[in-house]
Design a protein. Structure first.
Length: 161
């Protein structure tokens, strides 16, 4: 796991075309006893899917997004899991009460940016992996983009199986 791809290829997706790409978020060693789930939808009408309670290992979330030609050189993304404006797209992992858990002090959302997905990665026909630290500096679940400050060179990677 963890092969990187250079960013030199031109888009294989035509400007009007759309293609689905498979993504996997691996939340590494989150604190035990906390619910995590992938946010599907936005605003007050969203739902939490793939809800999991952390124990002593990693949590995995598999889903697909639609990739399309953006206004910039990089691809743009759409679909029920995609949040944010063009050029700043991301997905949310909901945590604790945000994931529907009761009787927990945790109420957070974790943002995973899609902006690092290049055309080379999108055109690879491989699952793209995001390895995310599950525990924040406060000992609780990672949240927002705070985890990126600890690893500013973080990028999506090819599964490479």
């Amino acid at each position: 796991m963890g092969k990187r791809v250079p960013q030199t290829s031109k888009p294989k997706v035509a400007k009007e075309a759309r293609a689905e790409i498979a993504l996997r978020i691996v939340l590494q060693q989150p604190p035990a006893g906390v619910d995590f789930g992938l946010q599907k939808g936005r605003g007050s009408g969203y739902e939490v899917v793939q809800k999991q309670r952390s124990t002593d290992g990693d949590l995995k979330f598999d889903f697909a997004v639609t990739v399309k030609a953006g206004k910039e050189v990089l691809p743009d993304f759409a679909g029920p899991f995609v949040q944010g404006p063009a050029g700043e797209r991301f997905v949310y992992l909901d945590i604790g009460t945000c994931a529907g858990q009761e009787n927990t002090p945790w109420s957070r959302r974790l943002k995973i940016p899609l902006s690092g997905i290049t055309w080379d990665l999108a055109n690879s026909h491989d699952t793209l992996i995001a390895l995310i630290p599950g525990t924040g500096t406060d000992g609780g679940p990672s949240c927002a983009y705070a985890w990126r400050k600890r690893n500013p060179s973080w990028q999506w990677q090819l599964d490479g199986r």
